[in-house]
Design a protein around this ligand. Sequence first.
Ligand code: SF4
Ligand code: SF4
Ligand code: FES
Length: 758
Amino acid sequence: MADLVNLTIDGVPVSVPKGTLVVDAAKKIGNDIPVFCYHPKLKPVGMCRMCLVDIGTPKIDPATKQPVRDEQGNVVIVFMPKLTTACTTPVSEGMVVRTATEQVRAAREDILEFLLTSHPLDCPICDKGGECPLQNLTLGFGPGVSRFDYDAKFHNEKHVPLGDLIYLDRERCIQCARCIRFQDEIADDHVLQFHDRGRGMEIITFSDPPFDSYFGGNTTDICPVGALTTADFRFKARPWELDSAQSLCTHCPVGCNITLNTRLETKTGGYEIKRVMPRQNEQVNEIWICDKGRYVHHFTRAEDRLRQPMIRRDGRLVEATWEQALQLVSDRLKAAGSHVAAVVGDRIANEDAYLVAKLMRALGGAIGMSPSVPAHYADVVRAFGVGAQTDFARLGKGDVILVVNGDVEEQAPVWFLRLRQAVVDRGAALVMAHARSTKMHRYARAIYRYEPGYAAQWVVTQSEELIAKDLKDARNLLIVFGDESLDGPGARALAQSLANLLIATGHAGKADSGLLALYPHANTQGVFDMTLGTGHMDASRDGVNGKVEANSQFEAAWLIGVGDASDAPPAKFTVVQELFMTELAKRADVVLPALSFAEREGTFTSGDRRVQRFYRALPPLGEARPDWWVAQEIAKRLGHNWGFQGPMHIFADIARNIPHYRELSYEFISASGPQWPPMGRSDLYYGGTVYDNTGGLGARYAGDAERDPSSVHPYDVAVPEPTIAGLERGPRPLYRDGELIRRSAVLASHIVPVQEIA
Ligand code: SF4
Ligand code: SF4
Ligand code: FES
C-alpha cells in the first residue's frame, strides 16, 4: 500500500494509487467532475477547461520539510491562486480538492457559455441528442442564458464526409481533439488533424483515401457532441427509441463484446438492428470495436435471408413445412446409417456444434469443420494457448510478443490495438516473422523473413538462435500466429513448433504467455472443442482429427453454416442449414433456414479460449430456427429424445461431458462486476456512448499445459513442404468478400474480392 496517496475531495477522504489524476480519484468516490476533452483511455491534454476545480496542498516548512500545522494542530492547506484542471493534475499526499465552490460553479458556466457561442443548438435533429455530453452538462452546469449574439454564430457547411463511413458537422465540434488523439494514440492511424486557428478551427482528414482506418467508428462513440456520426446510423433513429441487447461480434477470434441497438420499424413492421455499439469488457475489447464489427450487421435483415425450409422436388427447391423437411432429413439419415457426415462452420454457437456432434456420435457418423485448416492445430492451441489468467493489459517491459505468419490488424483488429499498446506504451519487445510486411512491423524490435509457406521451417531452424537472442530473458512469451499460405499439415507443424518453443523457454501453461491463434471467426476454437476436440468421439474416417475429406463419399451430408462449397463432402443426399441461398444451398436436396446470432442466444469460445454469452436482440425471421433446435428435432425423429429446453440446458450438458468446460456454467460466465474506468452509465461525458456490461465478462478455460503439465510433451514435428493448396490460402484482409459483408452497402467500396487477394 506504500504507493497509495491520501487526499480529500469535497471533504471525503480517498486513497488512490500514485499518479492517479484528480478527475479519476473523484470518479472513484462517485464525484463526477465534468469533462469534455479528457477521456480515461487517452492521454490528458487540458484543452477544454471544463474540469476546473479548486486545489490546495499542505504548506511545507522548508526547514523541517514537514507540513505546517495551525494552532489547533490541523495541517495548513495552501490553495492555488486560480482554478486548476482536474484532468491534468495528479494527486499528491494531503491534497484538498473542492469541486463545488462558487468559483468552480461560475467557471463551469463560463466554459459552457463560451462553448455554445459556436454551437448550432440543433439538438432536435442531431444524432447525439438524448445521449449528448454537451447537452447533459449544459443542463447540469450551464448558465441558462447566453450573452452571445445568436446572429454572430459561425455557419459552416454541415455533413462533410470524412471518408465514406464518418461524417463531420463542423458547427457542432467543440475542438476537444478526442477523435484525433484516438486515431494517433490508440489506432496509430494518423488520419485526422486540426486545420486553421481560433473559431475557424476544424477537423480535417489528410489521408488518402480519407479517414483511412479500421477503427474510425470509435471516434463517434467518444466524440462528446454530434460532430462525428457514422454513415450507417446518422438520421436513422433517436437513442431513446432503441432497445438494447448484449451480444458478441462474430467476425474474428477476438470476441468483442457488443450491444445491438434495435428498433421496431413502422415501414416493415419488424425489428431491425439500427447500430452496433461497443460493450465494455476490459479483458477483451476494453471499449473499442473495429469497423467490420460495427457495420456488417445488415445481413441480419437482408431481403434474401432464408425464411422457409425447402426440399427438392422434380429437380427444383420448393418451400416445405418444417415437419416435411425434418421427416425427410431424418428418413435419409436413418437410411444412411453410419455413412453420414456433418460439417459445421465456425460461426455457429457451441450449443449448436455440440448437439450436431452428439447426434453424429449416436449415428456413428463423421464430423468435419469448415474452414478445415484450423481443425489441424486447434488441439495444439487448446493445450498451449495463453494461460487462463492472461491479461493483455499487464504485458509490458520484460515481456516478448512473437508474431509468426500472422497479420494481427487484418485478422484480429482489437488484439492489434491491445498488443500494440503493450509494445509502444508499456515496453514489451515485439519480434515479427512473416513472409511480408504488416502494420505490426512498425513496432518490431527484430524482423525475420522467409518465403511464403515456409513458416514452420523457419521456426524449426531458427528456434535455438531465437532463444539465445530475442527470447532469452523474456519474462512472459506471448506467441501470435496465423495460417497464411499453409495447408492443414503445414499449419499444424507451425503450431507444434511454436508450442515446442514455449516448452523450451519455460513458458508453457503460464499466465501472460502461450499461443494466440489468428483463427478466422468468433467460434473456431469452440466448434473444434465441441466436435473434433471431444476425445471420446470416434468420428474419424480419414485425415487428421477425423476431418471430413472432400474425396470421401457419404450417403448423406449435413452442412451447417459451412458457406464455402469446397468444404462440402460429396454425398448422395445433402442438407444445408444456412442464412442465405449460397452456391452450396442451391445444390442441396434440403435447405433449412437458420437463425442469425442476433435472433437467438448461445455461447462462443474466442481465440483466447474465453467462453462468452450472447443474447437475443431480434425476433426470429420467418420460419428460421436455431441450429441446436434442428439437431434436436432430427435426433428425436431418430429415437433420441434429449429434451433440451434451450442453450442454457445444453451448456450444462457440455460442462458435464467436455472436460475443459467442466468448471463453466451460464451463471459463471454471465457474471460481471465493476470495471475501471466505469463506462456506459449516466456519465456519458466521461467514457462516451459505450455500453456497460451486465451480460457477463465470460471466463477462459485452462489449457492442458496449465491444467496438467505432466500431460503435455514436446511435439515430434514433421514439417511438410509447402503445397499449392496452402500457398493459395493467401492473406486474409479484414474486408475480405463473403456472404455477410456483401450485404452491408455501407462497406461496399471497402470489400476486397477474393480473387484479388495475392
Ligand atoms: S469532432 Fe468531436 S471528438 Fe473531434 S474534436 Fe470535435 S468534438 Fe472533439
Ligand atoms: S476486432 Fe474482431 S471481434 Fe472485435 S469488432 Fe472487429 S471483427 Fe469483431
Ligand atoms: S481540460 Fe480537463 S476535461 Fe478538458
